[in-house]
Design a protein around this ligand. Sequence first.
Ligand code: NAD
Length: 256
Amino acid sequence: MQVKTAIITGAAQGIGKAIAFQLAKDGFHTIICDLNEEKLVTAKQELKDQGFNCSTYVVDVSRRDEVFQMVDDVVNNHGGLDVMVANAGIVQVKPLIDITEEDLDRMFKVNVYGTLYSIQAAAKQMMKQKYGKIINASSTSGKRAVELLGHYAATKFAVIALTQAAAKELAPFGITVNAYCPGIVGTSMWEEIDRQMAAYLNVPVGETFKNKVDSIPLGRVEKPEDVAGLVSYLASEKADYMTGQAIVIDGGNVFS
Ligand code: NAD
C-alpha cells in the first residue's frame, strides 16, 4: 500500500513542527518545509530520533514558483499528495495608523499569497487524483480582530475567505478545505507578540502574554500539540464530510 503524504509549511518549529510529528504518528510520510534551513535540519533529526523519516524543503511560501516546485517534486518522488497544511505565517504588532506599505506587503505575501499558492499547488495535483485535504492556518484573529494586530487579523480573515471559496470550487474533485483557528499558543510567535506589545503598551515583557493566558477558561496556554490534534482529525477520513470550516481551538476564549 502506498504511504500517504502530507506537506506542512512553516514546520521547522512551533505549531507546524507539532503537526509534522502528529501526522507522522498518524502514518503519513511528512514533507516539512520552511524558510529556516537550520531549524529544518534540527526538526528532521528530531523526527528521525522518534523513528520517522521525513523530507525537507527550504521554501519561501510567498514565492509561487518555489511552492509549485516543491509540490511537483513531492509528486514525482512519492506519486501523489494527500494533505497540504498551509501553516506558515508571520505576525507584526502595530497600530493601523503606523502600518507601512512594506509592512502590509510582507504580511499579505506570506499569510495570504503563501496560503493561496499552497492551495493552488496542492489542488493542481489533488484535482487529478480526485482526492485530497487542504488545511489552512487561520487564527482567532481571523474571527475577531484585536488592537495592534489589525493587518495580521486582516490576513487571517482572508485565509478563511480563501478556505470557504476553495472548499466550494474543489468539492467536485473530492477535495476538502478547512482551517484551524488557534488562540494563544506558546510558541516563538507569541514571544514576539508579547515583546512587541510590551514596547507599544509600555508594560513589562511577559505581562500581555500572562493576562491573555489568565483569561483562558480552560486555565492554561494552548500547546502546539492541541492544534496538531485538530489537524490530525481534519487530515483523517473521519473529517471526509467536513469542508469550508474554520474551527476555533482556543480553550474557550473567543465566543464564550
Ligand atoms: P512560529 O513563528 O513559531 O513558526 C512559524 C514558522 O513559519 C517558522 O518556522 C518560520 O520560519 C516559518 N515561516 C515564516 N515565514 C515563512 C515563509 N515565507 N515561508 C516558509 N516558512 C515561513 O509560529 P507558530 O506560532 O507556530 O504559528 C504557525 C501558524 O499558526 C501561523 O500561520 C500563525 O499565524 C498561526 N497561529 C499561531 C498562533 C499562536 O498563538 N502562536 C495563534 C493563531 C494562529
